[in-house]
Ligand binder design. Structure first.
Ligand SMILES: NC(=O)c1ccc[n+]([C@@H]2O[C@H](COP(=O)([O-])OP(=O)(O)OC[C@H]3O[C@@H](n4cnc5c(N)ncnc54)[C@H](OP(=O)(O)O)[C@@H]3O)[C@@H](O)[C@H]2O)c1
Length: 166
């Protein structure tokens, strides 16, 4: 099963502030939707609460230490990232997407096979960051550039990295 991380990060690695996203990038939201639709998505409890509901047409697995946490029918709770991954392996999925936030990205980076990174050409203030990763362990397989317009606050590149096998 391929484990993909999908994230939008600024040049200074900022990914959020006050439990919110910090930019208006309609083309990036569309990319996120196109890639994740129909799939299982794993997220931390804070990211789940910042969205406020399961994203439509995807199966959410919310990671929390709270044993009383509940999600709507059809979605799942896991009490560690490993448990979330095991659920997906048990369902014989081809691909699962890790959609954040920072705590979950940190734990998922060592086991990810693919990074889909929206590299936003901005230096915003923020309080959560995507972790630094060793670029020598990854190969860029595609880069697509998008330009600022009335629906997209900043220029950005959508870069797909594949993990190089040791
Ligand atoms: N730019 C992007 O692409 C992007 C994507 C996603 C999120 N974000 C931003 O990231 C921020 C949220 O990130 P965050 O790092 O604060 O929170 P998070 O990773 O979304 O969630 C953290 C929570 O996940 C649970 N958790 C983490 N590790 C766990 C483990 N090993 N076992 C069990 N539970 C575990 C804990 O929940 P409990 O406290 O309930 O136990 C923890 O408080 C927001 O600002 C959001 O907008 C940005």
């Amino acid at each position: 099963m391929k484990i993909s991380i999908i994230v939008a990060k600024a040049k200074n690695n900022v990914i959020g502030k006050d439990n919110q996203l910090i930019w208006r990038l309609s083309a990036d939201l569309q990319l996120f939707k196109n890639h994740t639709i129909g799939h299982h998505i794993i997220m931390g409890r804070k990211t789940y609460e910042s969205v406020g509901r399961p994203l439509p047409n995807r199966t959410s697995i919310v990671v929390t230490r709270n044993s009383f946490f509940e999600v709507p029918e059809g979605h799942m709770v896991a009490h560690s990232l490993e448990e979330a991954i095991q659920i997906c392996i048990g369902k014989r999925l081809d691909n699962v997407f890790i959609i954040g936030g920072a705590e979950i990205y940190n734990q998922a980076l060592p086991i990810a096979d693919e990074l889909m990174i929206t590299e936003v050409n901005a230096l915003p203030d923020g309080d959560v960051f995507f972790p630094e990763f060793d670029k020598s362990e990854w190969k860029i397989v595609s880069t697509t550039s998008y330009f600022k317009d009335e629906k997209n606050e900043y220029d950005f590149d959508f870069v797909v990295y594949k993990k190089l096998k040791p």
